[in-house]
Design a protein around this ligand. Sequence first.
Ligand code: NDP
Ligand code: 8X3
Length: 254
Amino acid sequence: MSSAPLVLITGASSGIGAACATLFARSGARLILVARRQERLKELALNLEQAYGNQPYLLTLDVRDGEAVRRVLEALPPEWAAIDILINNAGLSRGLNQLHTGVVQDWEEMIDTNLKGLLYVTRAVLPGMVERGRGHVVNVGSIAGRQTYPGGNVYCATKAAVRALSEGLKLDLLGTPIRVTEIQPGIVETEFSEVRFRGDSARAAAVYQGLTPLTAMDVAEVVLFATSRPPHVNISEILLVPTDQASTTLVHRH
Ligand code: NDP
Ligand code: 8X3
């Protein structure tokens, strides 16, 4: 890989994606940043420019729109087309309902974003990596993909699917130099719970109360580590949790 890898990050407008953008910019990478909120991306780009002289390429894109994803990524200017590292991070949860009281629209949103969105982006980027004989796909899964928790039903299912897809990618890419890593965080304090509880800040804050959660930077550091190993080393998966978290349901609150 060249000294300035080209890194595409989905969900870069907030949380783990924004932290990855910051760390990769600091490490000298060139960045393509994807999210729906253009203003957020512009604000981040300004910060990266001021801090590191980094000028990312911004894509205001909804990963659920498969046709748009294909069109926009196919039309990348040549100097932005040879993506070395794809970080499939865009994702969300909606609600914490029991399945039998679940909201179908919430299910659609989680499946369309966490699962189908990841597939659309990967399908658009991966052929170029295979053709060039280099590349690294990082999928942001979750502890929730390994262990379901009450009310997590569909969200956990999407993350279990991310796990299966990461494994499938590794199998399909065997014999190529392309690497595949799945990062599985536990509780990370980001906008995740605000989104899950649709702006109910008190309920969102309660998720992180009395424990020391991971920060988005903690996760980004692991992503940077996994993607900076020598070419013969593939970090297949990493589960990282706060010291205060033993499982999805067992958390120590002070
Ligand atoms: P945030 O809500 O802070 O960030 C989510 C990011 O995803 C935002 O940048 C958002 O941007 C983007 N996004 C959501 N939907 C779409 C879409 N349709 N198209 C493009 N971008 C989209 O949460 P996190 O940083 O915590 O979440 C990042 C990933 O980490 C998710 O996959 C999440 O499931 C996973 N994760 C989070 C954990 C946590 O505890 N926080 C733990 C384990 C995994 P915009 O709204 O501008 O489009
Ligand atoms: C996000 C972490 O435990 O809230 O994937 O599902 S959890």
